[in-house]
Design a protein around this ligand. Structure first.
Ligand code: CTP
Ligand code: MG
Length: 240
């Protein structure tokens, strides 16, 4: 494989959430997984990919000083975040210089994301696509319900995908998308969709799951400890 120049690629890592659902008593990104804060694992996974030149980590205002000491020797900038994820990503985006071509947005809460997923997203954006997201097929049957929990429809899951991060964008498109933002979103690509631009998909990876609850954290610990988790079968082009 030819050498990849990571210099034009910056990853924004929103890590400014409080982690209410995890309930660890400290902001989720700073909770340790196998003795290392989750956000450090996430940043190292991005840098290990070899296709990311700089990481902007967005943390709660109270954590800026402490967080800055977590990344010795790494090309990392720490900035304070906002009240919701959208405001935090916007703050990160303001710290990205205009000479950068590609911006990734990657949840701090996905500490086990394989570097291959990062490489796939960057390669797809580098190939000329404006917005790229890693996805997984939905394997459970999906139902729509009303306010009482009564089923109103069975959704055709073959056309559905669960979306992960890192999501990758041409910097100019993401800046344009965030310029018009109103309200909080859980997904950056949604903003680009709203502009009418196409969003493309690449294969995600189950190991890139988001740590949301204490159960997820325990699963992450077990995977890290080398519990016997079988390798996930490759995801076919049809399932993307
Ligand atoms: N995030 C952020 N700024 C916020 C809220 C969330 O940077 N104001 C980040 C989180 O740190 C996390 C990612 O967005 O890396 C995904 O959010 P989520 O999993 O919901 O994390 P939290 O908001 O911390 O968790 P919870 O919703 O349970 O409080
Ligand atoms: Mg949240």
């Amino acid at each position: 494989m030819s050498a990849v120049d990571p210099s034009g690629v910056v990853a924004i890592v929103p890590a400014a959430g409080s982690g209410l659902r995890l309930g660890a008593g400290v902001p989720k990104a700073f909770v340790e997984l196998g003795g290392v804060p989750m956000v450090v694992r996430t940043v190292d996974g991005l840098l290990e990919s070899g296709v990311v030149g700089r990481v902007v980590v967005v943390v709660p205002v109270s954590e800026v000083t402490a967080a800055a000491s977590l990344f010795p020797g790494r090309p990392v900038t720490v900035v304070p975040g906002g009240a919701d994820r959208t405001a935090s990503v916007a703050a990160g985006l303001r710290a990205v210089t205009s000479d950068v071509d590609v911006v990734l947005v990657h949840d701090a809460a996905r500490p086990l994301t394989p570097p291959d997923v990062v490489r796939r997203v960057v390669a797809a954006v580098r190939s000329g696509l404006p917005a790229v997201i890693p996805v997984l097929p939905v394997t459970d049957t999906v139902k729509q319900v009303d306010a009482d929990g009564v089923v109103t429809a069975t959704v055709d899951r073959s056309a559905l995908r669960a979306v992960q991060t890192p999501q990758g964008f041409r910097r100019s498109d993401l800046v344009r998308a965030y310029a018009g933002v109103s309200g909080a979103l859980t997904d950056d690509a949604g903003l680009v969709e709203a502009l009418g631009d196409s969003v493309h998909t690449v294969a995600g990876d189950p190991v890139a799951f988001k740590v949301t609850t204490a159960w997820d954290l325990r699963i992450a610990e077990l995977i890290l400890a080398g519990a016997s988790v079988p390798e996930h079968p490759p995801i076919s082009a049809e399932e993307r």
